[in-house]
Design a protein around this ligand. Sequence first.
Ligand code: H2U
Ligand code: ZN
Length: 348
Amino acid sequence: MQTFNMEEHPHRRFNALTGEWVLVSPHRAKRPWQGQVEKGQQEKRPGYDPKCYLCPGNERAGGIKNPDYSGTYTFINDFSALLADMPEGEENDGELFRAESEKGICKVICFSPRHDLTIPEMSHEEVCGVVDVWQKEFCELGEEDFIGYVQIFENKGAVMGCSNPHPHGQIWSSRSIPVEPMKEQERQKAYYNKHGRTLLADYLNKELEKDKRIIYKNDHFVVLSPYWAVWPFEAMIVSRRPVPDLSGLSEYERSGLADAYRQLTIRYDNLFETSFPYSAGLHQAPTDGKQHPEWHLHMHFYPPLLRSATVKKFMVGYEMLANPQRDITPETSTQRLKEQPALHYKSR
Ligand code: H2U
Ligand code: ZN
């Protein structure tokens, strides 16, 4: 019998943050690389699009006109999934039929007035402006007594269901803590109660020691491919300091987060020389009025591309019915991202 080798043998890895498992089948990634790596369509967008509902001065659905903004611009989503003014109520028809009313506030953040840019193409200072507005919005929404959780996220690229290429993100804030942050909260709480340190502080220290999955780091944030990553090029940005949320970040730390966000997305774009799609978002402590020393601020990146600008991973079949599976290991993905230049391919 051979000895177990994680570079070759199928195995399951445990996600310490959620308590879930992922199946890793590295032997399948050893198949020869077939076909060339297609580059993406190099679409050329104008700096201003008169038909775009996010460009400065343009009208949105419902007739409201955007101001002539110059940095970031935030507004209440015209088609909010959650509404602030909702009657209280529930259905409690035994164990099997449960429902409750939900409240919240949804916002859209334009990252730049420029229709043709994306985060990796914006300057460091401009991305700092995005992180600053995240902090401000997190604090303001979190202050509302009916907001228990603030979910900040970005959908990038049409394959991720993004409706408009103008650089933007969203915030959905709700009274209850949604499913994903709740899973992470439970794991982080159990760990913190047992060790008196945050789960991600210990995890980050070990990852820095092992140095097999570190993609990029600066003084305040580390970009890595998590041990338990599901998506081929999944990544996580973790703060070096165990802060529970954005509210306590200093100017230097905000700048560090902006740098990590930019450096990761530049490498993503360089990988297949395409505008790399993903869903990304921050996970942080709930704003439910309780103390959350167990929470450790981080940002997840879930990109669907697998082998080229057009070949994406499908989460179907086994993934939907059993558990997620991947071929290429996170260690190999890290190498491929790490070797990408820090300069965006379009500026070469
Ligand atoms: P995407 O990030 O998925 O592209 O979503 C953009 C959001 O913009 C979407 O939630 C909102 C949609 O409701 N929107 C407006 O608020 N006003 C508009 O005029 C169009 C779209
Ligand atoms: Zn636009």
